[in-house]
Design a protein around this ligand. Structure first.
Ligand code: ATP
Ligand code: MG
Ligand code: MG
Length: 578
C-alpha cells in the first residue's frame, strides 16, 4: 500500500549515517563518471547526496570522476550539471578528479617512499594467479616485484610516467594484504593505483600518460574536498576497507575511528524493471548495431527519447523534477536494493500530476459533429476551472460553437445497450456544455477516414456519459505522441544483447503518433505563461491532464510556433491488462 510520506533524512538509515558522524559542517559529493547520460538510478544518488547536505545545513560538490580519458566526452559533463540543476540542486562547487592529478601523483610517490606501493610488471593472467586463480580460492602469493627496494620503484614509477613502458607492461600497485591469507577481501589484494593509458585527457591534455584508478583516486579526492559523509552504492561495500586503508597510510584517517577524514557509507541502488539502464545497451538502442552482416537500425531517436529511462529522456517526456524526487523519497533509503516496476514509478508520477497540473480537452482522432439546431445564442464562451476539484488555481475560457470535434472512439455506428457515448439516435454529454447532443446521421468517406456526424441538442436528456470535445473554429492542431513500453518482454535485460536478439522484441507501438490531434485554444495561454524552451535549470514545462486521455507535456525540442508537439507523460490509470 502507499506509505506515509517520510523525510528520508530525519528518519531511518540516513539519519543513522549522520549520527555516526554528527559534524556541523556536512560535506558530501555526487561523483558521476562523465562517460554517459545519467539514468533514473542516478536520481537517487543525487537526491541522497545533495539532499543529505541540504538537510543538515551542509554543502554538496558535483565531482566529475574523470580518471579514464578513454570514455569521457564533453557532452556528458554539460548534461550531468544540467540534470542536477533540473532536479533543483546547485553544487557548492563543480570539481574534477583530474583537478588533483598533480597532488595524486605526489601521494603515489609518497606511498612508494613509505613502502606501501610498488612497481609491478606482471600481466593480467599472472596477477589473477597471485590472487588465487579464477575463483580467487587458490593460494595467494606475491611476485618478485613486491619486495623490491623503494628507491627502485620510485625510479621506475617516474620512468613509467615519462613513457618508458607501453600500456599493460607496468603499473603501480598498492602494497596491501595480498599475502595475508587471513584477509578475505579481494579489495585488499594489492590493487592497482596507476596504469598507463596513452590518451589525451579533456582537462589535462597530453600532460599525462598514466592515470590513477578509482580505488586510488576516490578516497583521496574525498579527503582533499574535506568530505564528511561519502555516500555511495552497496557494490562499494568491500571497497570501504581499501578506502580507509589508503587514507590511513597517508595519515588522513585514524584506524577504527571516524573522527578524522571522510566516512564512506553505502546505500542500495535503485533499479527499474521493464526497461534498460545500462549505458552500453542504451547506446545500441540509440545508435543501432551490427551483428555479423546484419545491421540493426536505432530503436529510439536519441538519448533523450521519452521512451528511455535516462534522466534527459524522463525530463523530455515531461516527468516533473519534483515528482522524481518524491518518488525517491517514497522508496526511502536503506542498504537494500530496490527493484521497482515501471507501473509503480508511473503511479507515483500520476499522483503528483493529479494535484499539480491543469486540465485540458484534447481530441486525438477528431471527427466533426455539426450541431444542426444550434443557434447564434448557443455560441457562448464558458469559464472552466483548470481543476474541477479546485486543487489547481486558475481557469480558462472555452468556446462553444455550432461545430465540435469529438474523438473517433467516442462514436459508434452500431449502438448497444451497454454503450453510453455517441451513436445514431443516442445522446452524450459534452463536458461543461449546457446541453447534451444526440446523433441523427453520419457520413463517411470510402476509406472511412473523413467522418462527419449530424447531431441535435438533446435539451431534456440526462446523458449517462460525458466526453471531451474541441470547438472546430478555435481548435489548435497538435501532434500527440503516446508512449508504450519499448519492449514486448517485461524483462528486457534478459534478452539476447550479444547477438542483437533484442531487436526482435521491440514493441512496434512503443510510440504512437497522432498527427492530426486538436486541443482547445486555452493551451496557448498555458504556453504563453510558461516558456516552451526552458533552460536546463528550469522545470517550467507545459503539462496538463487531457481529460479522459492521458497526462501530456509540450515537447521542448520538436514544438514550433506553428505546431505544438505533445508527449504523453503517463496514462490516467494503470493499464492492468499489461
Ligand atoms: P551505471 O554503470 O549504471 O551508469 P555507475 O555506477 O557507473 O552507473 P557513476 O557515474 O559512477 O555510474 O555513478 C555516480 C554515482 O551514482 C555513484 O555514486 C553511483 O553509486 C550512483 N549510482 C549509479 N547508479 C545508481 C543506481 N542505480 N541507484 C543509485 N545510485 C546509483
Ligand atoms: Mg562508476
Ligand atoms: Mg558505470
Amino acid at each position: 500500500g502507499p506509505s506515509a510520506p517520510v523525510n528520508m533524512f530525519s528518519e531511518g538509515w540516513l539519519k543513522g549515517v549522520y549520527e555516526e558522524k554528527p559534524v556541523k559542517a556536512v560535506r558530501t559529493r555526487f561523483p558521476p563518471e562523465p562517460n554517459g547520460f545519467l539514468h533514473i538510478g542516478h536520481c537517487k544518488a543525487i537526491a541522497v547526496n545533495f539532499g543529505f547536505a541540504k538537510h543538515y545545513g551542509g554543502v554538496c560538490f558535483l565531482r566529475y570522476d574523470d580518471t579514464n580519458p578513454e570514455k569521457e566526452e564533453e557532452i556528458y559533463f554539460t548534461s550531468i550539471l544540467d540534470i542536477v540543476r533540473w532536479l533543483g540542486f546547485e553544487p557548492f562547487q563543480v570539481t574534477h578528479s583530474s583537478d588533483s592529478f598533480d597532488r595524486l601523483y605526489e601521494l603515489a610517490e609518497e606511498m612508494i617512499r613509505r613502502d606501501k606501493a610498488y612497481m609491478c610488471y606482471c600481466n593480467k593472467e599472472e596477477i589473477n594467479r597471485q590472487r588465487g586463480g579464477p575463483d580467487n580460492r587458490g593460494p595467494r602469493y606475491a611476485c618478485e616485484h613486491r619486495t623490491r627496494p623503494t628507491e627502485e620503484s620510485l625510479t621506475e614509477f617516474r620512468a613509467m610516467r615519462d613513457g618508458k613502458y607501453k600500456p599493460g607492461e607496468a603499473f603501480l600497485r598498492m602494497k596491501q594484504s595480498l599475502t595475508d591469507l587471513k584477509e578475505g577481501n579481494p579489495q585488499m589484494w594489492d590493487l592497482p593505483a596507476y596504469r598507463i593509458i596513452e590518451r589525451d585527457h579533456h582537462k589535462t591534455g597530453g600532460k599525462w600518460r598514466i592515470y590513477p584508478t578509482y580505488d586510488f583516486t576516490h578516497c583521496l579526492c574525498d579527503a582533499f574536498e574535506d568530505i564528511s559523509h561519502s555516500l555511495c552504492t552497496t557494490e562499494f561495500r568491500q571497497s570501504r576497507v581499501s578506502y580507509d586503508w589508503l587514507l590511513e597510510q597517508l595519515d588522513m584517517k585514524v584506524p577504527v575511528s571516524e573522527e578524522k577524514g571522510p566516512m564512506q557509507r553505502e546505500y542500495g541502488r535503485l533499479n527499474v524493471n521493464g526497461t534498460i539502464l545500462s549505458k552500453r545497451r542504451i547506446q545500441m538502442l540509440v545508435q543501432g548495431t551490427t551483428v555479423g552482416d546484419k545491421t540493426i537500425p536505432p530503436a529510439v531517436r536519441d538519448w533523450d527519447d521519452p521512451r528511455l529511462y535516462t534522466l534527459v529522456g524522463l525530463r523530455r517526456r515531461g516527468i516533473p523534477a519534483q515528482a522524481m524526487l518524491q518518488f525517491v523519497e517514497e522508496l526511502g533509503v536503506t542498504v537494500g536494493e530496490s527493484a521497482i516496476q515501471i507501473a509503480r514509478f508511473e503511479a507515483s508520477i500520476r499522483k503528483h500530476l493529479e494535484r499539480t497540473v491543469p486540465r485540458q480537452m484534447l481530441v486525438l482522432e477528431p471527427i466533426k459533429v455539426i450541431i444542426e439546431d444550434a443557434t447564434d445564442e448557443d455560441e457562448i464562451e464558458i469559464t472552466v476551472p483548470y481543476d474541477p476539484k479546485g486543487a489547481i488555481p486558475g481557469e480558462r475560457k472555452v468556446k462553444v460553437g455550432k461545430e465540435v470535434y469529438i474523438d473517433r472512439n467516442d462514436f459508434r455506428e452500431e449502438d448497444s445497450a451497454d454503450y453510453f457515448r455517441l451513436a445514431p439516435d443516442k445522446a452524450v454529454g459534452l463536458y461543461n456544455v449546457p446541453f447534451a447532443i444526440r446523433a441523427v446521421s453520419y457520413s463517411k468517406s470510402d476509406d472511412g477516414k473523413a467522418f462527419e456526424i449530424k447531431a441535435v441538442k438533446a435539451l431534456n436528456e440526462k446523458p449517462k456519459a460525458f466526453i471531451q470535445w474541441v470547438d472546430v473554429a478555435t481548435a489548435v492542431p497538435v501532434t500527440a505522441r503516446q508512449y508504450n513500453s519499448l519492449f514486448k518482454s517485461a524483462s528486457p535485460n534478459e534478452l539476447d544483447w550479444k547477438n542483437g536478439g533484442w531487436a526482435d522484441d521491440l514493441n512496434p507501438s512503443s510510440e504512437v503518433i497522432f498527427e492530426g490531434a486538436v486541443i482547445e485554444r486555452g493551451v496557448k495561454d498555458l504556453l504563453k505563461s510558461r516558456s516552451l524552451h526552458p533552460s536546463g535549470s528550469s522545470d517550467d514545462l507545459v503539462r496538463f491532464q487531457a481529460l479522459r486521455t492521458a497526462y501530456f507535456c509540450a515537447d521542448v525540442k520538436d514544438s514550433t510556433e506553428d505546431k505544438i508537439v505533445l508527449n504523453q507523460i503517463v496514462t490516467l490509470r494503470e493499464d492492468k491488462s499489461k
